[in-house]
Design a protein around this ligand. Structure first.
Ligand code: ARG
Length: 465
């Protein structure tokens, strides 16, 4: 029988070497090496537990721990010899550990499998990723609240269907963005909670015949509890789906914000100026200043949506328990983490630094009959049924469109031509300030309410850190 010489750790039953293409095709070390810190952390906890259970001696345990810590330093200094022949991060580390400390290294894999190992590593990794994402989210939320505070009394036209609808406070608009991020924070927090369950001890799929102490490894790795079913724990990646779904929703929000900033920064609208340091120029048109950062953030949504689809599809037909398909979860996940962190960083820096062109916003709100609803409400308060009031104001707006006049620019006689219930007190309610201030209830755009919401947001943000 030909026996191959190989660095692989599982060749006992094989009679020929792995095809070179298959070796490259199945290897994941070039991307899953990113899990090295989590892998080492998990292995140290496992070794400690095995020693306590009497499976390893204390000397073996100490050699393993010192060896793994040495490898961590090597990896961080770029001194680690990664090999695709060793497939993945787990076997690369295990093999280099054995090269370094000898026999004891070969005992580390007692009572575990790469299946529970990788399921544990990704959870540890995503847990840290969520913490980093939540910290960036918080910074972005703080920036939005600061901007809302600076611009509470700034009025811009609010839109529906991208048509001027009613005047709103710019601070109110920024707090709308803030509220989206509050829910994103909650989604990540919620996902973290469900994810923080430890698969280690499930071994390949059925558990192990060794007397393991899962509570010990659980406490050491900071999980809330050990998983209750080994088949489920090694195979499901629903936590990765949840994470990516939360990321896709967050990026859907940042994409909507990006879209608004791109519209506002267009010279056709001219509501804001984005700082030069977050914009780029054109290689041919000297006048251009393009909102590329916002556009790229808007574009990033597409790739994370794609990752979500990839992961959903990856899981949809997998029978219990572990299948190698799951190796395909890592690249989409890693890219999702990077994309979310970069997008949040860009917006947390850029958005609060935008220059708001109050005069242009105000003029646009004045032009678009933004106080038409206020006039209808005024008529209702004078006893006109709302439907009739709507029709009266509609006729006045048509006249305004024909004559190029805003409602507030029509004289009293003209207005009374539409309804003789109109008196000269109408002009107060036709101002933008009057319209905004009138929406003075929880959730409304009155600057009073916006200030109240800012105070509450600041309280919540304090509690969040
Ligand atoms: N690298 C694999 C993954 O990412 C873990 C290895 C499990 N391999 C196996 N033959 N059971 O899922």
């Amino acid at each position: 029988m030909t026996k191959r010489t190989s660095s692989q750790l599982w060749t006992g039953r094989f009679t020929e070497a792995t095809d070179a293409f298959v070796e490259a095709f199945t290897a994941s070390e070039h991307f899953d090496r990113r899990l090295y810190a989590q892998d080492i952390r998990g292995s140290i906890a496992h070794a400690r537990m095995l020693a306590k259970a009497g499976v390893l001696s204390e000397t073996e345990r100490d050699a393993i721990i010192a060896g793994l810590e040495g490898l961590r330093v090597d990896i961080e200094q770029g001194d680690f010899d990664w090999s695709p022949a060793l497939e993945d991060v787990h076997m690369n580390i295990e093999k280099r550990l054995t090269d370094r400390i000898g026999e004891a290294g070969k005992k580390l894999h007692t009572a575990r499998s790469r299946n529970d190992q990788v399921a544990t590593d990704i959870r540890l990794y995503l847990r840290d990723a969520i913490d980093a994402i939540r910290a960036q989210l918080l910074r972005f939320q703080q920036g939005l609240v600061d901007l809302a505070e600076r611009e509470t009394d700034t009025i811009l036209p609010g839109f529906t269907h991208l048509q001027v609808a009613q005047p709103v406070s710019f601070g109110h608009h920024m707090l709308a963005w803030y509220e989206m991020l509050v829910r994103d924070q909650e989604r990540f927090e919620d996902c973290r909670q469900r994810m923080n369950v430890m698969p280690l001890g499930s071994a390949a799929l059925a558990g192990t015949s060794f007397p393991i102490d899962r509570d010990m490894t659980c406490a050491e790795l900071g999980f809330d509890r050990p998983s209750r079913n080994s088949l489920d724990a090694v195979s499901d990646r629903d936590f990765a789906l949840e994470f990516t779904a939360a990321a896709a929703i967050l990026l859907t929000h940042t994409s909507r914000m990006a879209e608004e900033m791109i519209i506002w920064a267009s010279p056709l609208v001219d509501f804001i100026d984005l700082p030069d340091r977050y914009c780029t120029g054109s290689s041919i048109m000297p006048q251009k200043k393009n909102p590329d950062v916002a556009e790229i953030v808007r574009g990033k949504t597409a790739r994370v949506n794609g990752h979500l689809m990839a992961l959903l599809t990856l899981m949809k037909s997998q029978p219990l328990a572990y299948n190698r398909d799951n190796q395909e979860d890592k690249e989409p996940l890693f890219d999702t983490v990077d994309t979310v962190l970069d997008s949040l960083r860009a917006f947390a820096d850029m958005v609060p630094a935008m220059q708001v062109k109050k005069g242009n916003m105000y003029a646009a709100a004045k032009k678009g009959f933004a106080t038409a609803t206020d006039l209808a409400d005024y008529l209702v308060r004078k006893g006109v049924p709302f439907r009739d009031a709507h029709a009266i104001v509609g006729a006045a707006v048509r006249h305004g469109v024909e004559q190029g006049l805003d409602l507030a620019e029509m004289d009293l006689a003209t207005l009374r031509g539409f309804s003789d219930t109109i008196d000269d007190d109408v002009y107060q309610i036709l101002t933008l300030e009057g319209s905004v201030a009138a929406r003075d209830h929880l959730g409304g755009t009155a600057p009073n309410q916006v200030r109240q919401q800012i105070a509450e947001a600041r309280e919540r943000l304090k509690g969040a850190v």
